[in-house]
Design a protein around this ligand. Structure first.
Ligand code: ADP
Ligand code: ZN
Length: 565
């Protein structure tokens, strides 16, 4: 963007001590000051708070000079009490008139802040969302002269997000309720985790941009980006004996500290115990431990000798340890948003970090077990889609960063971003299209080979046996088994019997998992996991769709197939 006007740079320096903007901030602030509705999607640490704080400060300064009309005020909705207190204290320390209202304060104090807000004594007032639900809260709000609403953690309004909060729902009424009081008040919604679907939902629920369509005057300005973490190296490795694999990582770099995310509490305990037994200082962290042990283990990791926590996803929220050098996933995460957020805890100091996901085809069944326990069919379907995306990520032979960015509706910039040390390639340098330079597939492109003929054989075997069996049986037939069950069903007489005996079972498993990924093969979800053809299977069987399989990486024959476990 063209250089920022002094009206923004001066308060940026004076009230925040910053000499310039972070990527995206300037355009966001300019859109806000121009009175537009804005949706801000920046990763954690991307500098979201400034996007609504600076306009509030700049507008207050402009008002001070003219003193015409009521003093402008921004109402910030934030669900995290500790965070709002910190922010308000920091703002006040810099001379900004800010206050907050939440359930942790006493009546007198709340009255004082409410009065200040009503009489134009505040530039920013922070509220917990439930504060606005009550009759009293609404009456108070409608007395305020509000210049802008800023909705932090805006994904909480969407049931498609991972952190839906019912008390956020009523924020949708800001535009439509309150007797039109706030219809024309610009709004800024901010979040760190929004897939395009969640983003659309946030826009719809809050009524951002009113009726204006994208591109029309008055439409919501969506700013999204900064999700690439160039100092982190992303890789997926085949999972074998995962504890030994982690121990080897720790031994290779004997100062590095990191987090190992596990799919269950039991697994956390096991991994921590086995690493301890191997002389490596590790501790577990999960919601099943009492609060004291959790606090102790967290403290041991942040300040003490503990080099590794084996944790469930309960760990990490609010943990601020800038020098985490690696984040390992010992089990397949349930979705890509969660995965990316968890790995984002590595390398917050800008120095290189490693993100390793250990994957085996058998992990699918574990996640599906949880999905099938969900009662709402729509939720189940959504979770299944997320799982498929996650598995696709593991199997991709393309750039992993590009894959994740696409998922967030972002794309890889041609020029490598210049934040912190680089895990691969050079900052500020143009890179080949679609290549981040800091993932396994970019640094060491996987070799692929053509397995179209084998794919045709496998799918034909499923077709000829009538789509009635699990994969193990199909492999038996393919490999020419003369077991009693094969003979009884007279499958030894089929043309496909024995046509795959030149390849080991592991090859067929890896191929099957790949075909599932490509959508050419599916299973029943009734616990029998009967192999089924899909709409595109025929195209493969006719030889119209080539099939290529990565050699020797991500898909490891020894790591088990889709129906193991
Ligand atoms: P988010 O809410 O997106 O997680 P924050 O608003 O907490 O991020 O900002 C993260 C850090 O970046 C803070 O320490 C903040 O002071 C710093 N920061 C924000 N904007 C700038 C800037 N323009 N220049 C330098 N530091 C900044
Ligand atoms: Zn890459």
């Amino acid at each position: 963007p063209p250089s920022a006007p002094a009206a923004l740079l001066a308060p940026l320096k004076r009230a925040f001590g910053h000499g310039g903007f972070r990527p995206m901030q300037q355009r966001i602030v300019e859109d806000a000051v121009a009175g537009r509705d804005v949706l801000v999607i920046l990763p954690t640490g991307g500098g979201k708070s400034l996007c609504y704080q600076l306009p509030a400060v700049a507008e207050a300064e402009a008002w001070e000079q003219r003193r015409e009309g009521p003093r402008p005020m921004t109402v910030v909705v934030s669900p995290l009490i500790a965070l709002m207190q910190n922010q308000v204290e920091a703002l006040r320390a810099n001379g900004v008139k800010a206050g907050y209202l939440n359930s942790s304060m006493d009546f007198e104090e709340a009255r004082r802040v409410q009065h200040e807000a009503e009489t134009g004594g505040l530039d920013l007032v922070y509220l917990a969302p439930e504060r606005m639900m009550s009759e009293h809260g609404r009456a108070w709000l409608s007395r305020l002269h509000v210049t802008r609403f800023a909705i932090d953690e805006a994904h909480c309004i969407s049931a498609w997000g991972h952190d839906f909060r019912p008390e956020y729902r009523m924020l949708g009424e800001l535009r439509t309720g309150f007797g039109d009081r706030f219809r024309g008040v610009p709004m800024m919604a901010l979040t760190a985790t929004a897939t395009p679907r969640v983003a659309d939902d946030v826009v719809a629920q809050l009524g951002l941009g009113g009726d204006a369509k994208p591109g029309e005057a008055g439409a919501v300005a969506v700013h999204r980006g900064g999700f690439e973490r160039p100092n982190l190296f992303y890789e997926v490795r085949p999972k074998r004996k995962v504890v030994e694999q982690i121990a080897a990582m720790l031994e290779a770099d004997d100062t590095a500290e990191g987090i190992v995310y596990c799919g269950s509490r039991k697994k956390c305990e096991e991994i921590a115990e086995q690493l301890q037994a191997a002389g490596l200082p590790a501790l577990p962290y999960h919601a099943g431990l009492d609060a004291e042990t959790r606090a102790e283990n967290q403290h041991g990791f942040i300040y003490g000798d503990c080099r590794l926590v084996a944790a469930t996803i309960a760990f990490g929220m609010g943990v601020d340890k800038p020098d985490v050098r690696f984040v390992v996933h010992a089990d397949l995460p349930q979705n890509l948003e969660g995965y990316y957020q968890e790995t984002g805890r590595a390398g917050r100091d800008g120095l290189p970090g490693k993100c390793v996901l250990f994957y085996s085809g058998g992990d699918r069944a574990r996640v599906e077990f949880f999905i099938n326990k969900k009662e709402d069919p729509q939720e189940r379907e959504h979770a299944q889609e997320q799982l498929e995306k996650m598995i696709k990520y593991c199997h991709t032979t393309g750039c992993r960063t590009a894959f994740v960015l696409r998922h967030f509706g972002d794309e890889l910039a041609r020029v490598a971003p210049a934040t912190g040390a680089h895990a691969g390639g050079e900052a500020g340098v143009e890179r080949p299209p679609g290549r981040c330079g800091h993932c396994d597939n970019c640094v060491n492109p996987p070799k692929t080979r053509d397995v179209t003929q084998d794919a045709r054989k496998l799918l034909s075997a499923i077709a000829r046996t009538g789509q009635r069996y699990g994969l193990s049986y199909v492999f038996d037939v393919l490999r020419g088994s003369r077991a009693a069950k094969v003979l009884e069903r007279e499958h030894d007489g089929l043309s496909v019997h024995g046509i795959g005996k030149d390849q080991p079972v592991g090859h067929w498993r890896a191929l099957a998992e790949h075909l599932v990924q490509e959508g050419h093969l599916a299973f029943t979800h009734d616990g029998f996991r009967v192999a089924l053809l899909t709409a595109t299977s025929k195209d493969v069987m006719r030889g119209e769709v080539p099939v290529e399989l990565a050699v020797s990486r991500a898909v490891d024959p020894r790591a088990g197939g889709p129906e193991s476990e």
